[in-house]
Ligand binder design. Structure first.
Ligand code: UGA
Length: 435
């Protein structure tokens, strides 16, 4: 099958490469010329396990272009994968999405099937059809196919997703959508064919539910600190009930990334716009902000003044294993520490370049190549994501490399009993305090 993917971000690039590896002919389009130039040279523009290998192997089935006419003319299946960032008051910003529709309307040469993989507000599918057909003389079949991949697992999640959800408006579209399912995933993946509105809402409801689990466990973690309970054991005890399950119950400094903050705000905006304001979703957002403040309070209770202190910061990507710092909890945390006059010794080999783009004006941040160098001369260390590299560090490592091993672990990476010999603070668990 021939398909054009519009938007070469996480969703578009990974989908393009995988479908090309299944021997489909794929055109990958993006307006970012630099990105397209690298992709044309066979260089993956995002870090994802196995993506570069697949890209190299499937190159003969892939053609990348930054020319909209070239990408759209002659294509009868166009998959939209552009970002829909958070706009004012949480409203999803569909500027890029509508720019793509304009390019399609201007350049289409035949009737066309549009597949929406971007996260879009409920109702967008039907508006897309109306918009395109009002702007040109062709007919468009619009299919909603929300994406559920998570960064760091993008290839695995795309090849073997938990489910494929397809929203269609007619029985003919349903037949076509079912044939599409076989192209995107293997037959064993559960398939739900439904209306576009339901499909669009499934995406927002899923992300917000996962974010709510995190905010819930984080709020319980604050109670644990008060009543001397242990959040990791509380989460374990809860997760043994199969109705609850273990996932997304890890307490920490809060969720970040390009999806949960945007989609919780987006869902609240959609609900409010429909006069059904979802208070639980609002509380999820508020709790997430509160958790960052709570973590900072722990630090300022221990150090009355942060002025001129040197602080090692481990992990600024929004989660371990990613270079992405969008909405990373590290951003407001580092900002606060700098405002209080601290100096930051930062270590995150994956995400430092993107973090530097956010904090380029700040002279009080040093970017270090080794964790030892970040710890040396630092008054304390804070850990902000769950990188595998940090998980492997031991109490001895901190003891050997710090003047005084004082650790604020914002991701509960270590067992408290393994940290003896250090001063260790984590989330919702007993602290090992200074003697
Ligand atoms: C999320 C969803 O998990 C995907 O299913 C979805 O497709 C994607 O958004 C999207 O909409 O595109 P992602 O943003 O890559 O994926 O990251 P997650 O692994 O879900 O983590 C999100 C945040 O929650 C991270 O900051 C992580 O540290 C935090 N988190 C996660 C916790 O604090 N505790 C947990 O138990 C789990």
């Amino acid at each position: 099958m021939n398909m054009t993917f519009v938007g070469m971000g996480y969703v578009g690039l990974v989908n393009s490469v995988i479908l090309a590896s299944y021997n489909h002919n794929i055109i990958g389009f993006d307006i970012d010329k630099e990105k397209i130039s690298l992709l044309k040279q066979g260089v993956s523009t995002i870090e994802e396990p196995n993506l570069q290998t697949l890209l190299t192997e499937a190159q003969h089935n892939l053609r990348f272009t930054s020319n909209a006419k070239d990408a759209i003319r002659g294509s009868n299946v166009i998959v939209i994968c552009v970002d829909t960032p958070q706009g004012k008051d949480g409203e999803p910003d569909l500027t890029h999405f509508y720019e793509v529709l304009d390019e399609i309307a201007d350049n289409a040469t035949q009737n066309c099937c549009i597949i929406i993989r971007s996260t879009v507000p409920v109702g967008t599918n039907r508006l897309t059809k109306k918009y395109l057909e009002s702007k040109c003389n062709y007919r468009f079949q619009v299919i909603s196919m929300p994406e559920f991949l998570s960064q760091g697992n993008a290839v695995k999640d795309t090849i073997n997703p938990s489910r494929l959800v397809i929203g269609v408006t007619s029985p003919e579209a349903e037949i076509f959508a079912k044939s599409l399912a076989g192209i995107f995933v293997n037959k064993k993946v559960p398939l739900l064919v439904t209306t576009p509105e339901t499909a669009e809402l499934i995406k927002y409801a899923s992300n917000s539910f996962l974010a709510m689990k995190i905010s819930y466990i984080n709020s319980i973690s604050r109670l644990c600190d008060k009543v001397d309970a242990d959040i990791d054991k509380v989460a374990l005890g809860m997760s043994l009930d199969p109705r609850i399950g273990p996932s997304f119950l890890k307490a920490g400094v809060g969720y970040g990334g390009s999806c949960f903050p945007k989609d919780t705000n987006g869902l609240y905006w959609i609900s409010d716009d429909n006069a059904v304001p979802l208070d639980l979703v609002k509380a999820t957002i508020t709790e997430n902000d509160a958790q960052i403040k709570y973590f900072l309070d722990k630090i300022t209770k221990r150090f009355k003044s942060l002025n001129n202190l040197k602080i090692a910061v481990f992990g600024v990507g929004f989660k371990g294993g990613t270079e992405d710092v969008r909405n990373s909890p590290a951003i407001p945390i580092v900002k606060y520490l700098l405002e209080k006059g601290a100096y930051i010794n930062l270590y995150d080999p994956l995400a430092e370049e993107n973090f530097h783009k956010v904090f380029s004006r700040h002279t009080h941040i040093a970017y270090l190549d080794y964790p030892q160098d970040a710890l040396k001369n630092s008054d304390f260390v804070i850990i902000l994501n769950d990188s595998d590299e940090f998980k492997k560090l031991t109490a001895d490592f901190y003891i050997e490399n710090m003047k005084r091993p004082i650790i604020f672990d914002g991701r509960n990476l270590y067992k408290v009993e393994d940290m003896k010999g250090t001063e260790y603070y984590s989330i919702g668990r007993p602290s090992l305090k200074k003697k």
